[in-house]
Design a protein around this ligand. Structure first.
Ligand SMILES: N[C@@H](CCC(=O)NCCCC(=O)O)C(=O)O
Length: 254
């Protein structure tokens, strides 16, 4: 597609304190999956909280990927005491992305939420999280296998069951069960009222959701479809292709 006709997709970034400044970053797989699988232009959204107006930003974009990240959401945001160390958090990202989710929904902007982004969607809309899935009775350990070399940690790890006649089924064309990767310790506990379940894992965790009321593209997943190995699976690639097409339609409707 001609560059000036490609949609512009924002990709949420993370913050990290360095000796004398904050640094903002995002993993290359998120940027490259937007460019190559969604066929769009990618731009990082820095986690600067309300120093940038969320509605103004959303009005310039054609879609947003809410990315995964090792840092966890502050449990105070869903009214719980912390079971995790404070140095595992990214308050600047929380303060940016939760209002940004609301702004995107108000503007019916296509959104694609991944792993931490999936958890952000649920918390932004009033839901809560399990803080340590691996400590819950009857649950699998959903964290990455650190004995493997890093690229192998994104191989499929467990099955999900796709909801019948749901949006995930419609987007991917897959029904029944499918294998996905898994690199998280937190997960949706209380589901926000405005969300519908699109897939659950074999041990009953909510692995994908969508907005109930939406007439625009939105899908949210706990696994990592953006990883190059995952993108070789048409199930994951179709999520990006469909998101890119929705972003293109949004760009044409302005
Ligand atoms: N911290 C949360 C979210 C996990 C997550 O998003 N991991 C991403 C890892 C890095 C990457 O591949 O982008 C949790 O542990 O549940």
């Amino acid at each position: 597609m001609d560059g000036d006709r490609q949609p512009l997709i924002g990709v949420t970034g993370n913050s990290q304190a360095t000796d004398n400044a904050m640094a903002y970053s995002v993993g290359d797989k998120y940027i490259l999956s937007v460019i190559e699988a969604a066929n769009a232009l990618a731009v990082m959204i820095p986690p600067v909280s309300d120093r940038q107006d969320a509605d103004a930003l959303v009005s310039r974009l054609d879609g947003i990927v809410f990315t995964g990240a090792p840092a966890n959401l502050d449990p105070a945001l869903y009214g719980q005491p912390a079971e995790i160390d404070q140095d595992e958090w990214d308050p600047a990202r929380d303060a940016t992305n939760l209002p940004l989710i609301h702004a995107a929904i108000r503007a019916t902007l296509p959104i694609f939420c991944i792993c931490r982004g999936h958890q952000e969607l649920n918390v932004a809309l009033g839901g809560s999280l399990h803080q340590k899935v691996q400590d819950l009775p009857g649950k699998l350990d959903h964290r990455s296998d650190k004995t493997l070399p890093p690229p192998d940690r994104y191989r499929p790890r467990h099955r999900i069951k796709i909801a019948q006649e749901g949006r995930l089924e419609a987007i991917t064309g897959y029904s029944g069960e499918h294998q996905v990767n898994s690199l998280h310790q937190q997960a949706i506990d209380q589901l926000a009222d405005r969300l519908a379940v699109e897939a659950v894992s074999e041990d009953g965790l909510i692995e994908a959701v969508s907005l109930r009321e939406a007439g625009f593209f939105n899908i949210s997943v706990q696994w990592h479809p953006e990883h190059p190995d995952a993108l070789s699976d048409p199930f994951n690639k179709r999520l990006f292709e469909s998101f890119g097409k929705a972003a293109y339609r949004h760009s044409q409707s302005k």
